[in-house]
Design a protein. Sequence first.
Lengths: 178, 178
Amino acid sequence: MGTVFLDMVMSLDGFVAGPDNTDSGLHDWYFAPAGNATFVIDELLETIGAMILGNRAFGEQPEGFDTPYHVPHFVLSHTARPTIVNGEASFIFVDSIESALAQAREAAGEKSVCVAGGAATAQQLLNAGLIDELQIHIVPMLLGGGLRLFDQIKPVKLEQTRVLESPGVTHMRFAVLR
Amino acid sequence: MGTVFLDMVMSLDGFVAGPDNTDSGLHDWYFAPAGNATFVIDELLETIGAMILGNRAFGEQPEGFDTPYHVPHFVLSHTARPTIVNGEASFIFVDSIESALAQAREAAGEKSVCVAGGAATAQQLLNAGLIDELQIHIVPMLLGGGLRLFDQIKPVKLEQTRVLESPGVTHMRFAVLR
């Protein structure tokens, strides 16, 4: 069975979005990948069998956002909504992390479940002990403010399992030690 | 002339000390270096010509702390104190970052000036635009609380100049873009 991993982009000072929720260029490397970033993105496309994301990360688009991942996306939402099918991707609205995780594991089969944000969703799953691995893409900027990825979390011991450098970003992987 | 660089160890979630100011194992890699850590530590010993540190980072030892750096250490302190000589190292107490930096540059000559903490001193020098480079040693742990390195800072654009992986730590270097 695949692992449940958190995949997030953050600035060196720990923000996943800048002040006023701006992207601040954090994802530039993703949209114009160079060096190891190409491998890392291809690996994500090949290994992810299901996604979990928060309602705000999903966004407010009625059709679901444009995703390169042709897998079921389980969106945490307190409001019941009908499933959205967008090409080969689907968006299924669920009301708890436990339900999201059970359905995502089932859908992913041998592949991995990717928790793709936002920060609050990441914190909730981390604090519930439901994350096996972290992939953090560290971007060389100090934003000075915004939305912190690691805030209000319990201590977690990690093992550094991979470090890959790309132009303008470093991809770090960690296993959660239990 | 050498650069002025910040050299700090931080957890993946951005803390330079854990709750209650404990080290939390953040510096274990430094005291038992393996892999690239040996090179990185040797490089520090060879290239640092003067140190700047805050009064709390210096500590309260009357003789000055045991330092492997046989260079002048400029300690920010609001209280005038006589210089301490400890073997080949010395501790000179200065009352402003400008004075510390001027004296440290002079003492370092062609070598680099290392700003070695604590967090408040790092923030003060960063916000004054006085840091040319950052070397951040990222340790694979989420402490969940403690003293944040990057807090109350202005936005800074960085260029990632080097990434070295060692067992239990990743050494990242950045140039400050102006």
